[in-house]
Design a protein around this ligand. Structure first.
Ligand SMILES: Nc1nc2c(ncn2[C@@H]2O[C@H](COP(=O)(O)OP(=O)(O)O)[C@@H](O)[C@H]2O)c(=O)[nH]1
Ligand SMILES: [Mg+2]
Length: 320
């Protein structure tokens, strides 16, 4: 049996037994969406619930991939296994960012304790916002316990995806206060931990003051967990151990307070809502074609029917 024709159930069993090629194939199917993706989701779902996800997000070039690679190194020295999803919506196949990430992360390419995957959206219904949680669930279901998700924190969708992690690390650089590119308000909202990476450059102290000030003014300051602000130099590993300790501290805090459970429950509801909305949208597109549609359209144009009545007629008997 070739990989291409292997059934999702067989691939899933193989991936759970540690077959990385099977896991990669499953992720491709998930990424592509459609019936096979749904079947994989169905098969894997009962096995999940053990993984902890850490999102790293920030502007392009902030050093997220370098930081991720450094964190992987830190975890591996402690014998901890880790999976990484690098999300890049702008590069469906071989975009520069993905290649760059691959090169940067190639230190870990032959380490069986590390699984790295670059993901882009293709035909998936709902795009990355639905494909990413599915991919994370798959990694969870095949037994991965730590999943790092690197996303570019620019667009609203990407920031939303980043905010879906159990712990979200927002990566900024010295001078961030002046940059207008990043979705600053969005990033402030989702941060559990701030990292000022490239702290070897000047302006790190100023950026820290800016962040503290923004935190003081935001709702976050009133919450039980005030996002700590750390400084790192990802290229030489400075601050990486502290970063990981802070992630662990956040995990402990949200587990103890019940916040983790609340977040996951909220996320499940949001995802369910989104799936329903996407399916209704698709159904609506399907309805808006064909002879009956053309007739109703014509009736509206020639004022034989008003648009609301036409819509009622279109929807009559539709099991949406
Ligand atoms: N000086 C300095 N450069 C860094 C640091 N971290 C990353 N870089 C460099 O910044 C560039 C972008 O890093 P990358 O990890 O690809 O950023 P990403 O787009 O956020 O994933 C690369 O040339 C890195 O070598 C750092 O702490 N200090
Ligand atoms: Mg990157």
């Amino acid at each position: 049996m070739t990989r291409r024709s292997a059934a999702p159930a067989d691939l899933f069993a193989a991936a759970r037994a540690g077959d990385r090629a099977a896991l990669a194939r499953l992720l491709s199917l998930v990424e592509r969406g459609g019936d096979e993706a749904r079947e994989i989701g169905r098969i894997g779902y009962p096995y999940g619930g053990q993984a902890y996800t850490v999102g790293l997000t920030g502007a392009p070039g902030a050093g997220k991939s370098t930081l991720t690679s450094a964190v992987i190194g830190h975890l591996r020295r402690a014998g901890t296994e880790v999976a990484v999803l690098a999300i890049d919506p702008s590069s469906p196949f071989t975009g520069g960012a993905i290649l760059g990430d691959r090169v940067r992360m190639q230190d870990h390419a032959t380490d069986p304790g590390v699984f790295i995957r670059s993901m882009a959206t293709r035909g998936h219904l709902g795009g990355l916002s639905l494909a990413t949680p599915e991919a994370v669930r798959l990694l969870d279901a095949v037994g991965r316990r730590w999943v790092l998700v690197e996303t570019v924190g620019v667009g609203q969708v990407e920031v939303e995806i980043a905010g879906k992690a159990d712990t979200t690390v927002v990566v900024v650089n010295p001078g961030w206060g002046d940059s207008v590119q990043a979705n600053k308000a969005g990033l402030m909202e989702i941060a559990d931990v701030f990292v000022i990476n490239k702290a070897d450059r000047k302006g790190a102290d100023e950026t820290r003051r800016d962040l503290e000030q923004m935190l003081d003014l935001s709702d976050l300051a009133a919450e039980a967990w005030r996002p700590p602000i750390l400084a790192t130099v990802a290229t030489d590993g400075s601050g990486i151990a502290e970063l990981w300790d802070t992630v662990l501290a956040h995990r402990t805090a949200v587990e103890a307070s019940g916040e983790l459970e609340r977040r996951r429950s909220f996320r499940a509801r949001e995802e369910l809502r989104e799936i329903v909305a996407r399916r209704l949208e698709q159904r609506a597109r399907e309805l808006a074609t064909g002879q009956r549609w053309d007739q109703l359209h014509d009736d509206v144009v020639h004022r034989r029917t008003d648009p609301w009545t036409a819509a009622d007629e279109m929807l009559a008997g539709v099991d949406a």
